[in-house]
Design a protein around this ligand. Structure first.
Ligand code: SF4
Ligand code: SF4
Length: 97
């Protein structure tokens, strides 16, 4: 859920002003959803080439740039697996919770 105060701050008045797509801007999620995730993405730092495709495609904005690699905020990751699918070098695997 996106923080209502953020929406208020942006003064969104019409639906057409809402950005298209399901992505939430990083840092705007307020409800942790890790409780209902059944798989989690795990990064292999040795394989990661730092292309940041996962960062760009994560629909919840929970992948952060960390130096030349990435970090995943497990509090808000919903386990959709898009990051695993998009990674060109298979540096992310999905593991059972
Ligand atoms: S599993 Fe989905 S929500 Fe979690 S980091 Fe990957 S793309 Fe983002
Ligand atoms: S898509 Fe794969 S290689 Fe690229 S930053 Fe993410 S984990 Fe690393």
């Amino acid at each position: 859920m996106i923080c209502p105060k953020l929406i208020e701050k942006r003064k969104i008045e019409k639906l057409s002003e809402v950005p298209q797509g399901g992505s939430a801007p990083a840092g705007t999620l307020v409800e942790k959803n890790a409780g209902w995730r059944n798989k989690r993405p795990v990064l292999s730092e040795e394989k990661c080439i730092g292309c940041f495709q996962c960062y760009l495609y994560c629909p919840d904005g929970v992948i952060r740039k960390a130096d030349k690699k990435i970090s995943i905020d497990y509090d808000f990751c919903k386990g959709c697996g898009i990051c695993q699918k998009i990674c060109p070098v298979s540096a992310i695997r999905m593991e059972d919770e």
